[in-house]
Design a protein around this ligand. Structure first.
Ligand SMILES: [Zn+2]
Length: 71
C-alpha cells in the first residue's frame, strides 16, 4: 500500500481500528485521527486505493506508529 514516511505524532499508546475494533500501535490514521485502520485490509474496506492516495496527498491520511516502547 501507499504508506509513505512514518510520522511520529506526539500522542502515544495504541489506537482502535475504526473497522474491526482491534487495538494496534502501527497503522493508518485518517482525517487527523478521526478514523484509524489497523491494516491495509481494514483501510481497503472503507477507502479505495485511489481515494487513500488522494487523502494522503492532501495530508489527511498517513501511516504511523504509536508505540511507546522506544521512549
Ligand atoms: Zn482493523
Amino acid at each position: 500500500m501507499y504508506r509513505g514516511r512514518i510520522k511520529r505524532p506526539n500522542s502515544k499508546g495504541s489506537r482502535l481500528c475504526s473497522e474491526c475494533g482491534k487495538k494496534f500501535i502501527e497503522g493508518y490514521c485518517v482525517y487527523d485521527g478521526k478514523e484509524y485502520y489497523c491494516s491495509d485490509k481494514c483501510l481497503d474496506k472503507r477507502y479505495s486505493a485511489s481515494k487513500y492516495v488522494s487523502l494522503y496527498r492532501a495530508g489527511l491520511a498517513y501511516y504511523s506508529r504509536w508505540g511507546n516502547s522506544h521512549e
